[in-house]
Design a binder for this molecule. Structure first.
Ligand code: AMP
Length: 419
């Protein structure tokens, strides 16, 4: 038997109800904040991700699923959604009538990471992006919206970690200071970090290798190097979070794994997840629209890890099964033939109806009705056909009523309406 690919997974009925509930909650909340849904392809030209996420990142260096399309264009399964949304914003000139646009999207992402608990090669993200707003209020509002989502999903023990990564005016000063420190500690760093020390020194702060962590323990803080504008921006974000009573900590080590971030970077972590504690992450990327060929328009966004969310959302609630309202137990060929029309028309009219078209014994059909947790069973055999009425039994109360066969569909609908 052919098995699914390592790091990929199926989401089966029984589990999917929770995913649907999460999706609905997110969509409703985001729409109330003025976000509109956008759907972008799951494949793009490799260049889009290389240019936006950055050549020296883990994602682009080693995690992308990239292939030459029939030996021609180099294509990549998207490792995240931001780059595609920015591309769409620019390509369709969505800034022309009103640069302020808010989008959300939900879908699969692909990264060839080492599979482990909470880490998949195809995983899902809920993603939101805002274009055209410079003000720090939008940064704070985005984080409040995200915290509200987690609260509505009954995720406990959530803390926002926030940091500022500065801007092209102040980050070079910090990079230079960090670069000097890295040069003096080169011998203690892992091979990746040694290479990155010159090309992308910030990423060294993010390295999980214990030796690198130790070597960087007394690294200078980015916050000490912020220019006045970045400092004011970050102070406002923090005081708005305080005003809105969002639990947060300032985490000067938070750099995030993508190159395009400027100023505010954040992650939402929860104690409910164990080692992979980050359930969502995001930040401001004021330069990306321009880098990708658009006008100079600021932006900010986040991605929530849907798979991780599904593990911890609604922890105290059993998801409700889709239980049928009525199961039709038809006995004998003639009844099965009649029940085909009834069940099809009932389902089409919005009455959840189950039937197995099997002509099995009443006992075995009742067993199946119980297994699928049908609230009612409609019983019909040759006797009922002769008499002109079928029997509808309420499985909980065991009460039975007769339903006339010549108006069976309408009468059954009426019966349920009256319940
Ligand atoms: P990122 O796009 O790396 O900022 O990730 C945003 C969120 O997506 C993370 O906080 C995780 O919750 C989730 N995520 C990222 N990579 C994976 C993965 N390989 N498997 C499952 N969830 C992931």
């Amino acid at each position: 038997m052919v098995q699914l690919i390592r790091g990929f997974k199926d989401i089966l009925p029984g589990e999917i109800e929770k995913w649907q509930a999460i999706e609905k909650t997110a969509e409703q909340l985001f729409e109330d904040f003025g976000y509109r849904q956008i759907r972008v392809p799951i494949m793009e030209r490799t260049e889009l991700f290389a240019r936006s996420i950055g050549e020296d990142t883990d994602i682009v260096e080693k995690e992308m699923y990239t292939f030459a399309d029939r030996g021609k264009d180099l294509l990549t399964l998207r490792p995240e959604a931001t780059a595609s949304i920015v591309r769409a914003y620019i390509q369709h000139k969505m800034y022309a009538s009103d640069p302020v646009r808010k989008f959300y999207t939900i879908g699969p992402m692909f990264r060839r990471e080492r599979p482990q608990k909470g880490r998949y090669r195809q995983f899902y993200q809920i993603d939101a992006e805002v274009f055209g707003v410079t003000s720090p209020y939008i940064d704070a509002q985005l984080i409040v919206m995200l915290s509200t989502l987690l609260a509505r999903l009954e995720v406990s023990d959530v803390t926002a970690h926030v940091n500022s990564l500065g801007c092209p005016a102040c980050r070079p000063g910090y990079k230079a200071a960090l670069g000097e420190l890295l040069a003096s500690r080169e011998a203690d760093l892992c091979a990746d970090c040694r290479r990155r020390s010159s090309s992308n020194p910030l990423r060294v702060l993010d390295c999980k290798v214990p030796a690198c962590r130790e070597a960087m323990a007394d690294a200078p803080s980015l916050l000490a190097y912020l220019c006045t504008d970045c400092r004011i921006h970050f102070d406002t974000v923090q005081s708005m979070l305080t005003d809105m009573a969002v639990p947060f900590v300032t985490d000067e080590r938070l750099v995030r794994g993508l190159d395009y971030y400027t100023r505010t970077a954040f992650e939402l972590q929860t104690g409910a997840l164990g080692a992979q504690s980050a359930v969502a992450g995001g930040g401001r990327y004021d330069g990306l629209v321009k880098t990708l060929g658009g006008p100079d328009i600021p932006a900010i966004g986040f991605a929530v890890g849907f798979d991780r969310l599904a593990e911890i959302a609604f922890a105290d609630r059993e998801p409700a099964d889709q239980e049928p309202l009525v199961y039709i137990a038809a006995l004998g060929e003639k009844s099965v033939a009649a029940a085909f029309g009834w069940s099809t028309r009932l389902s089409a009219a919005g009455v959840h109806c189950e039937i197995d078209f099997s002509d099995k014994s009443l006992k075995s059909q009742m067993k199946r009705a119980n297994r699928v947790k049908a609230g009612h069973v409609l019983m019909v055999g040759d006797n009922e056909l002769d008499k002109g009425s079928a029997i509808l039994r309420n499985m909980a109360t065991r009460e039975q009523v007769d339903i006339p066969i010549d108006t069976l569909v309408e009468s059954t609908i009426q019966y349920f309406k009256a319940l």
